[in-house]
Write a protein that binds this ligand. Structure first.
Ligand SMILES: [Zn+2]
Length: 93
Protein backbone atom coordinates (compact mmCIF):
# COMPACT_ATOMS: atom_id res chain seq x y z
CA UNK A 1 0.00 0.00 0.00
CA UNK A 2 1.46 3.29 -1.01
CA UNK A 3 1.57 5.74 1.84
CA UNK A 4 0.42 9.25 1.36
CA UNK A 5 2.75 12.11 2.07
CA UNK A 6 1.98 15.74 2.58
CA UNK A 7 4.10 18.86 2.34
CA UNK A 8 3.37 22.45 3.21
CA UNK A 9 3.28 24.96 0.37
CA UNK A 10 5.24 27.87 1.76
CA UNK A 11 5.92 31.37 0.49
CA UNK A 12 9.49 32.48 -0.24
CA UNK A 13 8.66 36.06 0.61
CA UNK A 14 6.43 36.02 3.67
CA UNK A 15 6.58 32.40 4.83
CA UNK A 16 2.82 32.03 4.70
CA UNK A 17 1.56 28.47 4.24
CA UNK A 18 -1.08 28.63 1.51
CA UNK A 19 -1.92 24.97 1.69
CA UNK A 20 -0.49 21.52 1.25
CA UNK A 21 0.42 19.11 -1.51
CA UNK A 22 -0.57 15.49 -1.11
CA UNK A 23 1.33 12.76 -2.89
CA UNK A 24 4.85 11.42 -3.07
CA UNK A 25 8.26 12.99 -2.70
CA UNK A 26 9.18 14.55 -6.02
CA UNK A 27 5.61 15.23 -7.06
CA UNK A 28 4.99 18.52 -8.78
CA UNK A 29 2.74 21.15 -7.32
CA UNK A 30 -0.48 20.99 -9.28
CA UNK A 31 -4.05 22.04 -8.68
CA UNK A 32 -4.98 18.36 -8.53
CA UNK A 33 -2.89 17.55 -5.47
CA UNK A 34 -3.06 20.97 -3.84
CA UNK A 35 -5.19 21.38 -0.73
CA UNK A 36 -5.79 24.98 0.19
CA UNK A 37 -5.39 25.89 3.85
CA UNK A 38 -8.79 26.26 5.56
CA UNK A 39 -8.20 29.91 6.41
CA UNK A 40 -7.49 30.95 2.82
CA UNK A 41 -9.67 31.64 -0.19
CA UNK A 42 -8.29 28.64 -2.03
CA UNK A 43 -5.46 28.37 -4.50
CA UNK A 44 -4.18 31.58 -5.99
CA UNK A 45 -2.59 31.29 -9.41
CA UNK A 46 -0.12 33.35 -11.35
CA UNK A 47 -0.86 34.40 -14.93
CA UNK A 48 1.00 31.27 -16.02
CA UNK A 49 -1.24 29.05 -13.91
CA UNK A 50 1.30 28.28 -11.22
CA UNK A 51 0.29 28.15 -7.58
CA UNK A 52 1.58 31.14 -5.66
CA UNK A 53 1.19 32.61 -2.19
CA UNK A 54 -2.45 33.26 -1.29
CA UNK A 55 -1.45 36.20 0.86
CA UNK A 56 1.13 38.13 -1.17
CA UNK A 57 1.30 36.37 -4.54
CA UNK A 58 4.95 35.45 -4.04
CA UNK A 59 6.62 32.30 -5.22
CA UNK A 60 6.10 29.17 -3.16
CA UNK A 61 8.16 26.11 -2.36
CA UNK A 62 7.43 22.75 -0.79
CA UNK A 63 8.46 22.29 2.80
CA UNK A 64 9.41 18.91 4.22
CA UNK A 65 7.29 15.92 3.34
CA UNK A 66 5.43 14.35 6.22
CA UNK A 67 3.79 10.97 6.34
CA UNK A 68 0.04 11.14 6.66
CA UNK A 69 -1.24 8.69 9.22
CA UNK A 70 -4.34 6.90 7.96
CA UNK A 71 -5.97 7.06 11.40
CA UNK A 72 -5.46 10.78 11.61
CA UNK A 73 -8.73 11.69 9.99
CA UNK A 74 -9.97 14.98 11.32
CA UNK A 75 -12.94 16.63 9.76
CA UNK A 76 -13.68 20.24 10.34
CA UNK A 77 -17.35 20.95 9.92
CA UNK A 78 -18.44 24.41 8.97
CA UNK A 79 -18.70 26.71 11.96
CA UNK A 80 -22.26 27.21 13.04
CA UNK A 81 -23.08 30.83 13.09
CA UNK A 82 -26.17 32.76 14.00
CA UNK A 83 -27.72 29.86 15.86
CA UNK A 84 -30.92 31.11 17.45
CA UNK A 85 -31.02 31.16 21.21
CA UNK A 86 -33.09 28.46 22.84
CA UNK A 87 -34.31 30.86 25.47
CA UNK A 88 -34.47 34.40 24.11
CA UNK A 89 -33.62 37.05 26.63
CA UNK A 90 -36.73 38.47 28.22
CA UNK A 91 -37.03 42.17 28.51
CA UNK A 92 -36.70 43.18 32.15
CA UNK A 93 -40.04 44.25 33.53
ZN1 LIG B 1 3.61 35.38 0.63
Amino acid sequence: MRSLLRADVKCYLCGFVSGQIEGQIGDRMTLQNFRAAPNTDGPRLTAKGRICCTRCGGGVFLDEWERVRPLEVVTFGPAKRGRPRKHPLQAAS
